[in-house]
Ligand binder design. Structure first.
Ligand code: HEC
Ligand code: HEC
Length: 385
């Protein structure tokens, strides 16, 4: 069975390790935390969501790689608080210039509004920064679903995540040890001020895993028979679930690939292959970036989609209108195009939506916005300048 382990973040975190050449120590922003931690352990998951795999791993550093050893730790309020600080702290990066939050902005559901993002030393990512929405319920992570099993994780560090190689974790630990606020935070989270890369990793995982969304108008509608929807939104939902087939891919509680075992894109159903939550939607005849393989990319969550543009793995579409136009009249006959976009003769089946249907679909997509998530102080930047 495929499982998502949250270690990806660790590896990401470890990427930030190292710093010999700190450039500036100008006016440091002040860390401001509440006296009592937020209840990160209370997850606001959508109705019906399940926790994928088991994110609550303990890690050990084996041959320079973080390897999960056993699975017993929960998200704790102080553990995730520490993760929050690390997520926003540029000290994790070489040169103190980049934090996770540089490319993952809370007000954009943790995407960054750019086609590509700038990482270390001006290096540009090759893919569009992803929103972070209920990742704890996903089996596959990243545009190419490359993070899912422990094995994959240890073999393939997240190289194209931020355009830099893995660095020495010991150096990150030394740097955090030299930073005044960390000893107290590690003590609160783990009962000892000792700083280790495993704890760094675990804390970031806890924080990222706590980022959950279930307060959109769509969620509210599920409890009131969608009486909160206007006519346009109701029509849009009908197209989404019917003629548009959108929900057959962006389905389930997270409006994403149903990528657990037994689900169409998760595989192992009737002996079928695991599609790893990814497919080809005919963006190109020949892809420059082939994703998982043959132009297949992860079916992303559509929650908060209004806030996470530009869209697709390469940020090619600036607006939801452009995305809808693609499904309506732009799908290209790639040889690996998902069968759902083909007719019986193997020809591309376009949706050919009317302009009112397009508007309706867009209106429905906007009901997935959850401002509570994008404004909740528990996921906000704790550093004040
Ligand atoms: C320079 C920009 C940049 C930085 C810094 C960055 N990310 Fe990302 N993040 C991205 C991009 C781009 C992707 C998509 C990469 C891909 O699929 O290959 C991504 C994907 C992710 C995902 C996958 C979401 C999903 O649903 O699959 C998570 C989680 C994530 N990042 C967390 C983090 C954390 C934690 C940190 C800090 C340790 C971090 N990121 C730092 C740009 C960045
Ligand atoms: C066969 C599966 C499938 C169907 C059906 C499908 N999608 Fe997608 N969708 C995907 C995949 C895969 C991607 C990512 C493709 C990429 O980046 O290369 C995606 C991306 C998107 C994105 C951009 C997400 C982001 O974060 O950038 C939006 C918006 C979207 N789809 C909306 C829809 C709508 C609306 C419909 C119905 C008209 C629909 N999709 C039907 C598989 C599907």
């Amino acid at each position: 069975m495929r499982r998502m382990y949250f270690l990806s973040f660790l590896l990401v975190a470890s990427i930030f390790a190292c710093s010999d050449n700190e450039l500036s120590t100008a006016a440091e922003p002040k860390l401001v935390l509440p006296d009592l931690p937020y209840a990160y352990n209370q997850l606001d998951l959508p109705a019906g969501a399940r926790i994928a795999g088991n994110m609550n791993n303990n890690f050990e550093l084996i041959n320079g790689e973080l390897v999960p050893v056993n699975t017993s730790l929960d998200i704790t309020p102080w553990g995730a608080t520490l993760g929050r600080v690390l997520f926003y702290d540029t000290k994790l990066s070489l040169n103190n210039t980049v934090a996770c939050a540089t490319c993952h902005h809370q007000d954009k559901a943790f995407a960054d509004g750019k086609q590509f993002s700038t990482g270390f030393e001006g290096k540009i990512t090759t893919r569009n920064s992803m929103a972070i929405i209920n990742p704890i319920s996903q089996n596959n992570l990243f545009w190419d679903s490359r993070s899912k099993t422990l094995h994959d994780l240890s073999l393939q560090p997240v190289q194209n995540h931020i355009e830099m190689g893995m660095e020495n974790l010991d150096r990150l630990v030394a740097k955090l040890e030299a930073t005044d606020y960390y000893a107290d935070l590690f003590n609160k989270a783990y009962g000892s001020p000792e700083i280790t890369s495993e704890k760094v990793a675990k804390s970031i995982s806890q924080f990222v895993g706590s980022i959950t969304s279930n307060r959109s108008r769509f969620d509210a509608g599920q409890n009131n028979g969608f009486s909160n929807f206007n006519e346009l939104e109701t029509l849009g939902m009908k197209i989404f679930n019917g003629k548009g087939q959108c929900s057959t891919c962006h389905g389930g509680s997270n409006m994403a690939a149903q990528d657990g075992p037994g689900d169409p894109y998760g595989g192992s159903m009737n002996g079928s292959d695991d599609l790893q939550g990814a497919t080809n939607i005919g963006l190109e005849l020949v892809y420059k970036d082939n994703g998982l393989e043959n132009g297949k990319f992860r079916i992303p969550s559509l929650r908060n989609i209004e806030l996470t543009g530009p869209y697709m793995h390469d940020g090619r579409f600036k607006s939801l209108e452009e995305v809808i136009n693609h499904y309506s009249e732009g799908i290209k006959p790639h040889k690996d195009l998902d069968v759902k976009f083909k007719d019986n003769n193997g020809k591309v089946k376009l949706l050919n939506l009317t302009s009112i249907e397009k508007k309706a679909l867009e209106a429905f997509l906007k009901t997935l916005t959850d401002k509570e998530m994008t404004q909740n102080p528990k996921w906000s930047n704790p550093f004040q300048s």
